[in-house]
Design a protein around this ligand. Structure first.
Ligand code: ADP
Ligand code: MG
Length: 436
């Protein structure tokens, strides 16, 4: 049985016209011989009647005091409404379908309400529907704890539901349908000339997703990468192939010209706003100071996670989520330290597996930002990423400057290891499936 997981995001199921297109994508998959498994998000965005943000507003307006448990129960309803409606629309078009909640679909999570992590999938109910010839339509973004409490997976969680189900079912591929034509060189809302990328490596997309490209959830890409499942990101509105990550669906080919093309140094540019920078200047060498270890222990103890960490003999610098800035300041103050905490920063990143070993990438970034008068407050880098901390108000200009510097609006050159391998996966449903 060749199972294809098809995930439709909130904007993809927002209107009757779009929902007709969703039905069309499911029908086409069946015509191509796949057994589709559909995962859906809540319909629409803030203001739409059944959207997640609308449910949150309801709580705010009434000033209701929901515990994390009740909040998850409430938030899980948006996807359930979507799933039930879509199953009905498929049935109306003669496609037998059945809706399942995340819980019914066997998505087992830990008990971190609001940001739960999938730990296991028990796909028996989904497999049973497939064997009856039905299309399972599963509410994304949710699961249950081993004790049976309903949980939600955090923003973008439906992508993860789709990838985890694909792993458990041995699906041939996952298709993530959204409102843009694939993974692009930058967020098209920030860079209007951003271009859709035809092929990408898992690694690039994991980096992009962690560094602010919210087109796909990072955990979803990690699961697909671990399980070597090809991932497609494509538009609900069009028939264009979108972006292929990590492999090809059986029978599909990409032009050789693309597969063997030149090296690209930078593939995409992303940003994360809302950050705060913390600077701790030492009076003596930090390595000799007893407070050195206490700094990191105390922050960890309060659940504050650090990014862009820099340690030198005279300076400790790092970045925290802006919402945790006051807390960080208080923790460090408690140690008798005087941190300098700057709010309103953004991390702008240039990403590309092709930059490894190529000299001069940072020089180009520095020059491009300088020529726009944008100051760099801190940097970090890895083999495939260079990130710069800039003032939040300069972030859009910085993303545009780097997009231009690396010629990302111009034609496609795939990443060096981006030539996908054709592969076929057709094992069906193990009884239960643990995820790392
Ligand atoms: P969905 O509801 O389908 O899950 P999301 O809003 O989560 O949709 O993700 C799609 C959005 O991601 C796009 O509308 C786009 O503005 C944004 N985005 C950010 N960075 C990128 C990027 N590099 N490529 C494509 N889209 C991006
Ligand atoms: Mg999303």
């Amino acid at each position: 049985m060749r199972i294809l997981v098809q995930k439709f995001g909130g904007t993809s199921v927002a209107t009757p016209e779009l929902r007709r297109r969703v039905v069309g994508h499911v029908r086409r998959a069946r015509q191509e011989g796949y057994h589709p498994v559909v995962v859906v998000s809540a319909m629409g965005r803030a203001g739409d009647p059944y959207a997640t943000d609308t449910l949150l507003n309801l709580v705010d307006q009434e000033e209701a005091r929901l515990s994390p448990r009740e909040l998850d129960l409430l938030l899980s309803c948006g996807e359930i409404i979507s799933a039930a409606l879509l199953a009905g629309l498929l049935a109306r078009e003669g496609i037998p379908a059945a809706a399942l909640t995340g819980m019914q679909a066997g998505i087992i999570t830990d008990d971190r309400f609001g940001d739960a992590r999938i730990v296991e999938v028990e796909p028996a109910a989904v497999v049973a529907l497939l064997q009856e010839g039905k299309v399972p339509v599963i509410a994304g973004f949710q699961g249950r704890t081993p004790e049976g409490e309903v949980t939600t997976l955090g923003r973008g969680g439906s992508d993860t539901s789709a990838a985890a189900l694909a792993a458990a079912l041995g699906a041939v591929a996952v298709e993530i349908y959204t409102d843009v034509d694939g993974v692009m060189t930058a967020d098209p809302r920030v860079v209007p000339e951003a271009r859709s990328l035809r092929t990408l490596t898992y690694r690039e997309v994991v980096e992009m997703a962690h560094l602010g490209a919210k087109v796909v959830h990072p955990r979803a890409v990690e699961i697909a990468m671990e399980e070597r499942i090809p991932l497609y990101i494509r538009s609900t509105r069009s028939e264009s192939p979108g972006t292929l990550i990590g492999g090809l669906r059986p029978g599909q080919t990409i032009p050789r010209r693309l597969a063997v093309g030149g090296r690209r140094v930078v593939t995409a540019v992303t940003q994360i706003p809302g950050l705060a920078q913390v600077l701790l200047e030492g009076e003596e060498d930090w390595n000799r100071s007893p407070a050195f270890l206490a700094v990191f222990d105390a922050l960890a103890g309060r659940g504050i996670s650090l990014d862009m960490i820099h340690v030198s003999s005279r300076l400790i610098a790092f970045v925290v989520d802006g919402r945790q800035a006051d807390q960080a300041s208080e923790v460090l103050g408690g140690l008798g330290l005087l941190p300098e905490v700057g709010r309103g920063f953004a991390k702008v990143s240039a990403i590309g597996v092709g930059m490894h070993g190529v000299p001069g990438v940072m020089a180009r970034i520095a020059r491009a930002l300088r020529s726009c008068g944008i100051a760099i407050y801190q940097t970090t880098d890895s083999h495939a990423v260079i990130s710069c901390l800039v003032r939040e108000e300069a972030a859009t200009a910085a993303v545009r400057a780097l997009h231009q510097e690396f010629g990302l609006a111009d034609g496609e050159t795939p990443s060096p290891d981006g030539a996908p391998q054709a592969q076929e996966r057709n094992t069906v449903g193990r009884a239960t499936r643990a995820l790392r």
